[in-house]
Design a protein around this ligand. Structure first.
Ligand code: OSB
Ligand code: MG
Length: 368
């Protein structure tokens, strides 16, 4: 496989409704797409870098810069036997996993298309459908929150995650638990608390949550280990896990019992699979997180979620929860049982809608 050319694009896509977390609100997504030309076969990737450095330090701007100045020169014109080799080639660049992932996953798509197999198969996936949950942002009112939960349950989603922040934590959870005593419920704090808040977080133990996701500092595994000793609710780490060694440290220090894997955060399919395999051996269940992706990133999430240890419902939901119109054909749909069927067409298995992508493109750069 010779990597001939990549095209970077920034598209703008407006969310159907604003998505609010403890670190901010997202309404108009700026999305970096990457199209890789490998021997004339085109693979597509998406960087999940945000509009601002509040979830992690990367942004669309930094990802673009790192891709152009440092990652492209490493792979430019290079002959590789498999996309699997790329992650180690990119190792001289420290961090910047979302920039790396955009490129790495595009090459996996291209390889699967060349081999005429679904990406899920190439990755070693075993599931033909994946269990789905929803992530519900912070809502202005409790009545609004209940309505969102009801809507997701009616659509079949298998678990509900709500975002929490100081001042909007125990009470919304209590209200939901009283209203929905038996649903699979969890919370995500996106690093909004400190270890001193342990007594407050301990009150959440009363509500039998599946897990509490990333309560403490974005890179602070040690404090999570101290917190987990005080909680019955399992901690799931998101922001803290950047690679397989972070996962190992978190598991061995007892900082979490569950790990959320995101392709952007860990740098692509190869590192994601390594973390998956480590967790599988421990055993620690994993699930696929979401970053409000367009259909391209979503399709990659679906392929990755077909691996065996993705045993818990993830944050990968239907296109129609996010966008009036997605950029892939067909759109991602969820069954009445709250699952997504893993596509069987080659590569990511959904066709990028080229004309629509063109019309949404605000900036483009071809590197060859
Ligand atoms: O922490 O999982 C998170 C969205 C943006 C940034 C961080 C997170 C999220 C979500 C949304 O929870 C998941 C999704 O529906 O894509
Ligand atoms: Mg999270």
């Amino acid at each position: 496989m010779r990597i001939r050319k990549i095209t970077l694009r920034e598209i703008h896509l407006r969310l159907l409704s604003p998505f609010e977390t403890s670190f901010g609100k997202s309404e108009l997504r700026r999305i970096l797409l990457l199209e890789a030309d490998v021997d004339g076969t085109f693979g597509w990737g998406e960087s999940t870098a945000g509009e601002n450095p509040f979830y992690c330090y990367e942004t669309v701007e930094t990802a673009w810069l790192i891709l152009r100045e440092y990652l492209w020169p490493i792979v430019r014109g290079r002959e590789i036997a498999s996309a699997e080799e790329v992650w180690d080639l990119l190792a001289p660049v420290r961090g910047h996993n979302m920039a790396k992932a955009a490129l790495e996953i595009a090459l996996w798509d291209a390889e699967a298309k060349q081999k005429r197999v679904p990406l899920a198969n190439l990755l070693g996936g075993t599931r033909d459908e994946i269990p789905c949950g929803v992530s519900i942002g912070i809502q202005p009112t409790t009545a609004g929150l209940i309505a969102k939960v009801e809507e997701a349950l009616a659509a079949g989603y298998q678990r509900i995650k709500i975002k929490i922040k100081p001042g909007l934590d125990v009470e919304p959870v209590r209200t939901l638990r009283e209203r929905f005593p038996r649903i699979r419920l969890m919370v995500d704090a996106n690093s909004a608390y400190r270890l001193e808040d342990a007594p407050l977080l301990k009150r959440l133990d009363a509500f039998h949550l599946m897990m509490i996701e990333q309560p403490l500092g974005w890179d602070d595994i040690y404090s999570h280990a101290q917190l987990q000793r005080q909680l019955e609710t399992p901690i799931c780490l998101d922001e803290c896990i950047h690679d397989v060694e972070h996962a190992r440290a978190a598991i061995e220090t007892g900082a979490c019992h569950i790990i959320n894997i995101k392709l952007g955060r860990v740098g692509g399919h190869t590192p994601a699979r390594r973390i998956h395999d480590l967790c599988h051996a421990k055993p620690i269940p994993v699930w696929c997180g979401g970053m409000l992706e367009s259909g391209i990133g979503r399709a990659h999430n679906i392929a990755m979620s077909s691996l065996e240890n993705f045993s818990l419902p993830g944050d990968v939901a239907a296109s129609a929860r996010y966008w009036a119109e997605d950029i892939i054909q067909p759109e991602v749909e969820v069954t009445a049982q709250g699952t997504i069927r893993v596509p069987t067409a080659p590569g990511i298995g959904y066709e990028p809608r080229f004309d629509r992508i063109e019309s949404l493109t605000k900036r483009r750069e071809v590197l060859e």
